[in-house]
Design a protein around this ligand. Structure first.
Ligand SMILES: [Zn+2]
Length: 142
């Protein structure tokens, strides 16, 4: 199966249906922390939220597309760590997108926009963040 390159840059990488590449380099694994100079920030107010290095796969993939009961489509990325978020309401098991996990709404702690959900299982937790609401920003001094 051959994917068409979408930009000149994609020629440098094997064809992939997704742009989200999970870093497998052990060095990157070691440096997995939010002091990374490249952070994913709230698209509305630039509050740092997480990093590329915190990306994880859940159910075999990083990116998940879901439609909520109201018909809104969300493109979520799964992350192990995040900051600058505030929880909104109690954890809920209704209509969860990840079996076995309760969800809790997460908002930007700075501007209050809805950025995703915290998914909580008895022995695990991860962040499902709405990718179009995050923007990659460099912090050269971090
Ligand atoms: Zn914000």
């Amino acid at each position: 199966m051959q994917a068409l390159p979408l930009s000149p840059f994609s020629l440098e990488q094997p064809p992939s249906p997704k742009r989200s590449v999970i870093p497998l380099d052990p060095q990157l694994e070691k440096e997995r922390k939010l002091s990374s100079p490249k952070r994913l920030c709230c698209v509305h107010c630039m509050q740092p939220i997480t990093t590329e290095e915190a990306r994880i796969e859940i159910g075999g993939q990083h990116t998940h597309i879901f439609t909520n009961p109201a018909g809104f489509v969300y493109r979520l990325g799964c992350f192990r760590e995040a900051e600058g978020l505030q929880k909104d309401g109690p954890p809920c098991h209704d209509a969860t997108w990840f079996a076995g996990y309760a969800w809790q709404i997460l908002r930007c702690a700075s501007c209050g926009i809805h950025l995703g959900w915290l998914y909580i299982a008895p022995s695990d937790a991860f962040f499902g963040l709405i990718l179009p609401r995050l923007i990659l920003k460099e912090f050269p001094d971090a």
